[in-house]
Design a protein around this ligand. Structure first.
Ligand SMILES: NC(=O)c1ccc[n+]([C@@H]2O[C@H](COP(=O)([O-])OP(=O)(O)OC[C@H]3O[C@@H](n4cnc5c(N)ncnc54)[C@H](OP(=O)(O)O)[C@@H]3O)[C@@H](O)[C@H]2O)c1
Length: 252
């Protein structure tokens, strides 16, 4: 029997990499994407193979929708040559950046960059990849706790993620006919390189978040990778169209 295959965007670092490792631990084959970190991506392939799964990493800039046709072609070839399959089972739209700017000072260029990476990219990438996602497959989009609570500096970023939450419900409705489940996972603040690594590296920010979190600490990549794996497990099969916050109880 074929093993399941997951495509994870932004798998070279942070939450995407951690998700890849959690899924591999469950015997799921991995196709990851990287944007700039080719060496990290290659190192991850070796780490995943040590877990006993098949793995490949492809370059993808999610802000460049004109490249999605070529990416789909490359993905199809990889599925055939490395995995002996024509379709994948899971898509995790994880790749992303943060820009911290007050609403009053956010430039059009910053807005457009966030929109291209956080909203337009996943919208058209998923649309383009639909023929490559198997019936009864699953899609996990990635949002943020910042759509439920507001912290200064994230107006544009959180607005894009909020749009992804609405899109998730429409995708769940329209793709339900094919048995495809679509959910969106909303991490709280997690210690990664995200936003220049501020949550991990700035002690004041770290303490502020920990003291406003029910479970008393900042999130770690393992908290998110494990949660994505849970959503993609057999037990998640009746969950669709949902926003699942994974924040340890931030700002309850
Ligand atoms: N960390 C948090 O506190 C937090 C909280 C809530 C939500 N999130 C969301 O979680 C997701 C992952 O964040 P993270 O913390 O793992 O960030 P990260 O450690 O900075 O990693 C970002 C990943 O996205 C990739 N990426 C960046 N720009 C890209 C582009 N234009 N095209 C394709 N890939 C691109 C990077 O690829 P390269 O390494 O190859 O450049 C990297 O793999 C993002 O969507 C973020 O908004 C994060």
């Amino acid at each position: 029997m074929n093993r399941k295959i997951a495509l994870i965007t932004g798998a070279s670092r942070g939450l995407g990499k951690n998700t890849a490792l959690h899924l591999a631990a469950q015997g799921i084959d991995i196709i990851g994407t990287f944007n700039s970190k080719a060496q990290e991506a290659q190192a991850l392939v070796q780490e995943l193979e040590k877990c006993g799964v098949r793995a490949a990493m492809l370059q993808l800039d999610v802000s460049n929708s004109a490249s999605f046709e070529d990416f789909a072609t490359q993905l199809r070839q990889t599925l055939t040559s490395v995995f002996d399959r024509e379709q994948l089972d899971f898509l995790v739209n994880n790749a992303g950046i943060g820009i911290n700017a007050p609403f009053s000072e956010t430039s059009e260029a910053q807005f457009d960059q966030l929109c291209n990476i956080q909203l337009k990219g996943p919208f058209f990438l998923t649309q383009r990849l639909l023929p490559l996602i198997a019936d009864h497959g699953r899609i996990v989009n990635v949002s943020t706790g910042l759509t439920r609570f507001a912290l200064p500096g994230y107006a544009a970023y959180a607005a894009m993620k909020g749009a992804m939450e609405v899109l998730t419900r429409y995708q769940a409705k329209e793709l339900g006919a094919r048995g495809i489940r679509v959910n969106i996972l909303a991490p709280g603040a997690i210690e990664t390189d995200f936003g220049g690594g501020v949550v991990r590296d700035n002690a004041d920010v770290n303490d502020f978040i920990a003291s406003n979190t029910a479970l008393g600490r900042v999130g770690l990549p393992d908290d998110i990778g494990a949660a994505v794996a849970m959503l993609l497990s057999d037990g998640g099969g009746w969950i669709t169209g949902q926003r699942v916050e994974v924040s340890g109880g931030m700002f309850l």
